[in-house]
Design a protein around this ligand. Structure first.
Ligand SMILES: [Zn+2]
Length: 442
């Protein structure tokens, strides 16, 4: 167990959206106390002190949909639609990935996430062919220190080789169980193709496997031009509270009702949703209106930004724009504005935790929760505010403003620098991997 930490004197963001100056005590990987300077300090003696004066102390961000292996291919594709993207990135660059490339991509992807204040990530892993690839993906998540749910898809799944996929999934579950010394930091799930990319019979088989093994499911659904996914799962009796729908841009009202009634959740990826043309706007507003748990995701750093502050700001702008369109079309100024910045911050913290099944673990600063939190340096001009550090962070924060990142009580970033030599190690791995990828694409 890491040494107890006392985060002293920061502006703490509380679950009700207010912030005030307080101390936060972390012990045994959990939040052990929150109080004023005297109260929390008196409760300990052997703790390491982190001075958080002029910093915002907030829950670590939760990314509910990211393809982590793409870390090494960041900013490799732009200005093309989904199918051209898939050809450029998944096929031309990703097809030849070795286990070493998977390790480098996922580790570098984790560095990008941690550096940007993401403490929990859903890793949608679909570029894994061999058992060695699968082990490399799992090992990179472990080595990075991030908290994760690894949704396993892999090449056996995408090529429809069910018996191989089944065998690999069972093997992964055993390998994962053997590594449980990590205090439950990594959880598993299945990344399934869903009705947009698999036949009804294949879906029934794969959903059956997930349920037999007790693994939650995540699938891409509701993108423009690929309608009816939820409807079809409903006909097959496959809907359930264990299903996470990624994108969901074009769900019909009936599909939203079906997802709500079955207890499913949604991951919105505002940047990719809008710039790649998966929908005219992200599914955030529709999910909130339907009472469906919703979180945010960066999706692919090959095409979009790696930080969730950008996703929050895009989500708010998109939802406001959508709601405002009606009165504006009538020639009126909107009488009121929908949604707010706190609701968007909530999506990237508590909302994401709910989507990933970690609601009682992470997503808010409260006693008993996992010690997953971040601090933002408020001393820079762009995060200055007239007494509202939370709004300042929402409006202006980016990865460089993240001073400290803590996961399960372990410090992964401190004074703006990643700890434990992680950056240097990952940089070496990714530079060797990129050389191999370039060599192969000649
Ligand atoms: Zn995706």
């Amino acid at each position: 167990m890491p040494r107890p930490l006392l985060i002293r004197g920061g502006h703490v963001l509380f679950p009700d959206g207010t912030s005030r100056i307080a101390d936060v005590l972390l012990r045994d990987g959990r939040i052990a106390g929150i109080g004023d300077a005297v109260g929390a300090a008196a409760a300990v003696g052997d703790e390491e002190i982190i001075d958080a004066g002029d910093q915002l102390v907030m829950p670590g961000l939760v990314d509910t949909h990211r393809h982590m292996w793409l870390g090494s291919l960041s900013a490799s594709s732009s200005d093309v639609t989904l199918f051209a993207y898939a050809r450029q990135v998944n096929e031309e660059l990703g097809d030849g990935f070795t286990a070493e490339d998977v390790y480098a991509g996922v580790l570098w992807g984790a560095v990008q996430a941690i550096n940007a204040g993401v403490t929990t990530v859903a890793d949608w892993a679909h570029n894994l062919g061999s058992d060695a690839d699968i082990d490399a993906n799992l090992r990179a998540l472990h080595d990075s220190g991030i908290r994760a749910r690894l949704y396993f898809g892999g090449k056996a799944s995408s090529s429809g080789d069910y018996s191989r996929y089944q065998a690999q999934t069972r093997r992964l579950q055993a390998a994962h169980a053997a590594r449980q010394h990590n205090n439950g930091r990594i959880a598993l799930g299945l990344a399934l193709r869903g009705p947009s990319m698999a036949t009804p019979a294949e879906n029934a088989e794969e959903f059956g496997l997930a349920r037999e093994l007790g693994l939650p499911i995540s699938l891409h659904a509701g993108m423009a031009g690929l309608p009816g996914a939820v409807d079809q799962l409903g006909h097959q009796g496959l809907l359930g509270p264990d299903v996470n729908y990624v994108h969901a841009n074009e769900f019909t009202e009936q599909e939203w009702r079906q997802v709500a009634e079955s207890g499913g959740s949604v991951s919105a990826t505002p940047s990719v949703d809008m710039t790649m043309g998966l929908g005219t706007h992200p599914a955030v507003g529709a999910a909130l209106a339907s009472g469906v748990p919703v979180g945010l995701g960066a999706d692919t750093v090959a095409y979009g930004p790696s930080d969730l502050f950008t996703q929050m700001r895009l989500a708010l702008a998109a939802e406001r724009s959508r709601a405002n369109a009606e009165p504006i079309a009538r020639g009126e100024m909107p009488a009121e504005l929908r949604h707010g910045h706190l609701a968007m911050l909530d999506l990237a913290t508590r909302g994401g935790a709910r989507v990933l099944g970690f609601a009682d673990q992470v997503g808010e600063i409260a006693v008993g929760r996992q010690a997953d939190l971040i601090t933002l340096d408020l001393s820079t001009p762009h995060l200055d505010s007239f007494d509202n550090p939370v709004l300042a962070a929402f409006l202006g924060a980016g990865p460089r403003d993240v001073d400290t990142v803590i996961v399960g009580g372990r410090i992964l970033k401190r004074r703006g620098t990643l700890t434990r030599g992680l950056l240097e190690k990952a940089r070496q791995e990714v530079s060797r991997s990129r050389a191999r990828i370039r060599e192969r694409s000649l």
